[in-house]
Every structure is written in C-alpha cells, then in structure tokens.
Design a protein around this ligand. Structure first.
Ligand SMILES: [Zn+2]
Length: 596
C-alpha cells in the first residue's frame, strides 16, 4: 500500500522537524542548527544535531540520521506507513485510502483466502470438540478447569485422530490444494501421493491477530504423543514474532500494564481468573518484534514465567529486550516452582492478585538471581556478588533508583555504598566506550551489507557516491555536464542508484533538490540514514578547480568499481577485451567543469 509522493511530501513539510523533535526532547539552538542529547545512544554532551534548514537530523556520535519520518519511525518503533499516519494526524491532514498496486491487490486476495480458510478450519475443529469424536478431548479440557464460556471465547477445538479429515473438509468447502499447502494446515505426503493434516489428535487453540482473525493454530497433543505442543508454521498471514497469544483480548482492557506468560494454558487460566490484561509468546523467545507490537498498547510489563531454571533463564533473556524497548518491567515468580495455571487452580484468584502486587522490579529480580550463586558469608563470594550486582546497576539510567539498590546491596554485603558507587561508575565508563565501539562496528556492518559485492576501496566508493550526489543536488551546472558521463544505474549501491535517479529526475524537471524530500522515497531507517548522509556532510572547495578534481576522482572510482563487479562474472575473451577497453577509457576520462 502506498500514498502518493506528493502527499507524503506535503505531510512532511507540515511537520517541522525542529518542532517534532522539540516536542520529544529539549533542543538548544547553536547557529543554524539545534543540538540535544542523542535519544539513540547514551551521552553526556550533545552530539545530536537537527537542521532547520535541511529538515533532517544527524548524530555525530552514533551516526543516526534521517528526516522527520525517520525520527518518528525510530522513536515510536513503527514502520514508514505508520509514521505517515502519525504525522498526517499531527498536522490535521486527512489521509485517503492508500493506492494499491496490481501485485499488492493479488497478494491481498491470496491472504484473504488464507484468512477464510483458517476461519473454516477453526469452526471445523470447534464442532469436532463438541461431537462424539471429541468426547475425550472435551473431558480433558473440562478436567483442566477451563469453563465452557472461556472455551467458546477462545474458540478451543479438537483435531480428530484421523490423518486427513480437515483436508477432506476443506476440499468439500471448495479450497484448492495449493492454497491449503500455503496455509500450513495441510501437508503433502512423503511419497508425494496425497495429502494429510498437520494437526491430528490435538486440542486446538486458534491464534487470533489483533484484528480478530484466526492466523494459525497451536495444538496440544492428547495423551502422550510428541511434540506436546505443535504450532502452525510461518505463513503469509502468520508470523510468530509479530503475534502474541491473547493480545486480541488484552488490548481492549485499556490497562497500562500487561502480564506476559509463556504458554496458552497459563494465558487462558489467568484470563479466566479475571485478569484480562495477559498474553503469551507463541513458542518462541520474546524478541524485539514482539516488543514493538506490545509497545503500541502498554508501557508496563509483568513477566510471569515458570519459576524453574528454564523459565528463569527465559525471563532473564526477555528483560533486556523489554528494557531496551522502553518498558517498565516487573517480574513475578509463582512460589514452590508451580506454573501460573497450577497456582490459580490451587489457590484461587484472590491469592493470585496478591502475588501480582508483589511483583518485583526487574533489577531486584536480576540481583536475586545472581545472589543465588553466592554464599554471602564467604568474603570472596561477597566481593564477586557485589561486582555482579554493580554490573546490573550500571545499566540503570535513574540515579535515584540506582541509589536505592546500592543501599540494599550495601546493607546485605556490608560493603560501603561509596565503594559500590565507584565500581558502578568504572563499569559505566567501560559501557560508554563499548557503546561507541559497537556503534562504529554497526555503521561499518551496514556499509558492508550495502557494498557486499564491491571488492575494493569499499568505504571510498561510498564516500565518492555521496560526494558526487551532493554536488549533483546543489549545482545545476555540474549536473548538466556530469549527467553525460554517469547514469543513475551506474552507481554501485542500490540505495544510491535509486537516490541518483530521483535527483536526476528533479533536475531534469527544473526543480530544486531538497534533502529531506529525497529521504521520503526510502522506507527503512537504514536506507534513510544512508540517503541523509549524502547531505549531512558539506564539502567545501575553495576553488572550482578543486571541485573539478574531486568530481573526476569520484566518478572514476565509481566507474572502476562497477567494472570490477562486472569483471567477476565475465567468461569469454570478447567481453574481457571490451572491459579492458573500457578500463582504458576510464583512465583517459577527464570531465571539465571550469571554463579555464
Ligand atoms: Zn547518537
């Protein structure tokens, strides 16, 4: 789905970047630019700059860069389309229905078939549960204490112990085999003859997206088969990392807080106990995609994983993901190693609500987990534990919060608060240095991905392309000469090929190249950053002859790199001869820009 470039540009111009970023964080004016503490990396002195003139931001510390859309995408964890919506809303611009290409319409149709098929399958499984064939399964479900109204609400069903009953049912309903295979509900037999169901002899839990559509199933085996839980595979409509079980209900509770659990049954039994703000990750570790989805609805998370070693480790892995995505995180562990479902069954919902109140901050939880490894009566252990605790505390950004925990650790170990503080500030300095190193590595990695096919002078050719594009954007005389020597398709990275064709196009139409507008055409933060970099650094040449020399060097480097790329795939003498000829031509090339 796409909006027209004109509209995207109008929305951008109606949202002044200084105002939008100024609403988000304090900015101080210095000359033509505004500066602030970078929201994308930890720093004490401002290296994040916002240009009112060019309408983009650029961080000299971590390299973050982009226009107002990039900023919204990065701070709200959303995609380009959502950023367009947010900023249209901010400017009071009404959005039309987005335009769809032919391919998009076709894909939408395919997706719709899969949604319909899942609905049919869901109904089929539900009916099976309530017929004779599902008697045992229903008996089991009732035995687990799931009440009939909840069974219905969650659409729990049963896949009979036959190998192809759903397949036959879907055939009857008029679905074709190719769509069935795409849905993951039906699988081709090993001998390539005939088809069978993915799920059989399983209690079926429909997985429903936030729009209320069934997108997959989780199946719990009846009896002792393996695996105990089986999920739908990833399909056109089902992405395990972007969906959370039960979020379709939890999102309506309008609570700031959500309880995050590991399994279907935990989720359902907490819901049944009256706590509707609960959801579960779908058999995968909680990751950044999950966090971004959740962030749309809540700010606070209570992690309620099993209290065994596996559950504790899963919680310890989920904490940094949640914290990095800006959640306030508390952790709750059910006593006596029970899982939440068991606890509620044995103790009732009143006791469970008391437990919830006692959820501890993730810092306390992490420190507690460390403490278990040490005997605090042993002086050596005491020191080791304090160092581990300091590491955790160094990650806290609030000084007040940190002081509270420092006091706790100090009381417990008898090590003075000031010594612990010293240890923390030592670690914080290391963390800062590591961050800068990491940011640098990350930047290099992005470049290298962009230029994976380019064998030599990788970084040089990126700079050459940026410098050339900057000159073509700002100097129409240069453009009119240079366009005869290099075409947009001759730039060596995809992003810069596309940027070049946009810039050439604007110049041909007699328009003015406006940096933030060029960025509009790119929809990922990484691409937006690369394009912003074209304009972020201004190249100053005192004399035209210096500019001429630099341009020639840049164009030659780009052309040679492209030729090197081609050389790698040449396999006949004729082509080699041609390449040798072209090489000689490049060497001889000299483009005159000055009149002198
Ligand atoms: Zn930064």
């Amino acid at each position: 789905m796409r909006y027209s470039q004109d509209l995207i540009e109008e929305i951008r111009t109606q949202n002044d970047i200084v105002e939008v970023i100024g609403d988000f964080m304090p900015l101080t004016r210095k000359g033509g630019s505004y500066f602030g503490l970078c929201p994308f990396h930890n720093e004490n002195t401002p290296s994040f700059s916002v240009s009112a003139d060019k309408q983009f931001y650029y961080c000299f510390g971590c390299g973050a860069a982009g226009n107002v859309y990039s900023f919204v995408m990065q701070t709200k964890n959303c995609d380009f389309l959502e950023a367009v919506k947010i900023l249209a809303d901010r400017a009071g611009i009404l959005l039309p229905e987005p335009e769809q290409s032919k391919e998009e319409k076709e894909e939408e149709k395919r997706r719709q078939i899969l949604f319909d098929m899942h609905k049919v399958a869901g109904r089929y499984y539900y009916e099976c549960l309530h017929e004779n064939i599902g008697e045992k399964a229903l008996y089991y479900l009732n035995g687990r204490g799931v009440l009939p109204n909840i069974q219905k609400k969650f659409g729990i069903g049963f896949a009979p112990d036959l190998r192809d009953s759903l397949y036959k049912h879907l055939l009857e309903k008029g679905y074709n085999v190719s769509d069935m295979l795409k849905s993951g509900l039906v699988i081709e037999n090993k001998n390539s003859q005939g088809y069978h169901d993915r799920f059989f002899n399983r209690l079926m839990f429909p997985i429903i997206d936030v729009s209320g559509r069934i997108i997959g199933f989780g199946g719990r085996v009846m009896g002792s088969g393996e695996p105990k839980y089986l999920n739908s595979p990833e399909t056109m409509i089902f992405n395990k990392s972007r969906n959370l079980y039960g979020l379709n209900f939890a999102k309506n509770t309008r609570r700031r807080e959500i309880i995050l659990v590991e399994g279907y049954m935990d989720m359902i039994s907490i819901y049944q106990a009256g706590f509707h703000n609960v959801c579960a990750s779908l058999g995968t570790a909680f990751n950044n995609d999950h966090a971004r989805v959740l962030k749309k609805y809540v700010d606070d998370v209570i992690l309620l994983y099993d209290s065994d070693t596996a559950g504790t480790n899963a919680a310890l892995r989920a904490i940094p993901v949640l914290v990095d995505n800006g959640f306030n995180v508390k952790v709750l562990q059910v006593p006596d190693g029970k899982d939440p479902d068991e606890f509620i069954k044995h103790n009732g919902s009143m006791e469970f609500s008391k437990l919830l109140v006692n959820a501890v901050s993730h810092i306390s939880f992490q420190i507690e987990c460390k403490r278990k490894n040490y005997n605090l009566n042993n002086p050596e252990h005491k020191v080791k534990f304090t160092v581990e605790a300091a590491k955790i505390l160094a990650s806290l950004s609030s000084d007040i919060e940190r002081d509270v925990y420092i006091k706790e650790v100090s009381d417990e170990t008898g090590i003075s608060e000031s010594s612990i503080k010293k240890e923390i500030s030592k670690l914080a300095n290391i963390a800062q240095t590591n961050f800068v190193k990491e940011a640098e590595k990350k930047r290099k990695r992005i470049y290298n991905n962009q230029i994976s096919n380019i064998p030599v002078k990788a970084k040089g050719v990126m700079e050459a392309q940026r410098e050339l594009l900057a000159a073509l954007s700002s100097n129409i005389n240069v453009y009119n000469i240079v366009k005869n020597y290099i075409k947009p398709s001759q730039f060596v990275t995809d992003v810069y090929c596309k940027a070049a064709s946009i810039i050439y196009d604007i110049n041909e139409k007699g328009g003015r190249v406006f940096p933030a507008e060029i960025v509009n055409h790119f929809e990922s933060v990484e691409e937006q950053k690369l394009v912003t970099e074209i304009f972020a650094v201004t190249f100053n040449y005192d004399k035209e002859s210096e500019l001429e020399k630099a341009l020639n060097e840049n164009i030659k480097l780009i052309k040679r790199t492209l030729l090197d790329q081609r050389t790698a795939s040449v396999d006949n003498v004729e082509d080699i001869k041609k390449i040798v000829e072209e090489k000689i031509n490049i060497d001889k090339l000299y483009i005159k820009i000055t009149n002198g």
